[in-house]
Write a protein that binds this ligand. Structure first.
Ligand code: 0O2
Length: 208
């Protein structure tokens, strides 16, 4: 094992455990025949080159990475509707297996780039051979539309290093607006959609 493997192992453990726990919330909704505010959950350990790049950009010393870089362990929880995001944040705050230590609401305060998402930083305890250790993890909670936009923009950001040609910049702004409008429209018919999904789930389970 090299130094990076040793350093990242607890983060990997935290991600593996948190993914199971957060996916479990959706399963509980399903079991109770309720529509879930969580559509799907993903998680990753930040790739080493991204850690190094971010540490250099932010002037973070390598021996301070665990305390100062919050998203080495990163999870995303995708929701269908904007209102579901508040429900998910409350669920996270009420849990006893980790503590929410910081919140960043980029939905109310949309980033200049057009990025929207709700971030919570959690302090999660893992059990190791040397005892308990706390790991910071960033959970990004967003709608499917916000996720679509952020994923595309993130890919382009790498290609252009954030310095977009005007045409791309313009398109990204319009796409951010379109994603916002899509969320608004879906919110308007939220109850109707939820009813239809409940009906569909019931029909499917009757057929089994
Ligand atoms: P990755 O792994 O490539 O996604 P600060 O800026 O100091 O307040 P910091 O640490 O940048 O704090 O945290 P922030 O802004 O709360 O969240 C960082 C992460 O949010 C990013 O991770 C992205 O995943 C996401 N994010 C933030 N702004 C944008 C944006 O404008 N576009 C997109 N697509 N995603 C964004 P990294 O570091 O990019 O890592």
């Amino acid at each position: 094992m090299n130094q990076w493997d040793i350093f990242l192992a607890p983060y990997k453990q935290a991600i593996d455990e948190l993914k199971i726990k957060l996916k479990g919330i959706r399963k509980q909704y399903e079991r109770e025949g309720k529509s879930s505010p969580i559509e799907f959950v993903t998680g990753r350990v930040k790739p080493i080159p991204s850690i190094i790049e971010k540490a250099n950009q932010r002037g973070i010393q390598f021996d301070k990475l665990s305390e100062e870089m919050y998203d080495i362990a990163g999870l995303r929880m995708m929701c269908q509707f904007v209102d579901d995001i508040d429900i998910v944040v409350e669920l996270l705050k009420n849990r006893k297996d980790f503590e929410v230590v910081e919140e960043r609401d980029y939905i109310k305060d949309t980033k200049e780039s057009g990025y929207r998402s709700y971030h919570v930083i959690v302090k999660y305890p893992i059990e190791t051979l040397d005892g308990q250790r706390f790991i910071l993890a960033e959970i990004q909670i967003r709608t499917l539309a916000m996720n679509f936009w952020a994923t595309i923009e993130h890919t382009l950001r790498y290609k252009y290093d954030g310095d977009y040609p005007p045409e791309i910049q313009h398109r990204l702004e319009r796409a951010a607006e379109a994603a916002y409008l899509l969320d608004e429209e879906m919110s308007e018919i939220r109850e109707e959609i939820k009813e239809a999904q409940k009906y569909y789930t019931e029909q499917r389970s009757e057929l089994r």
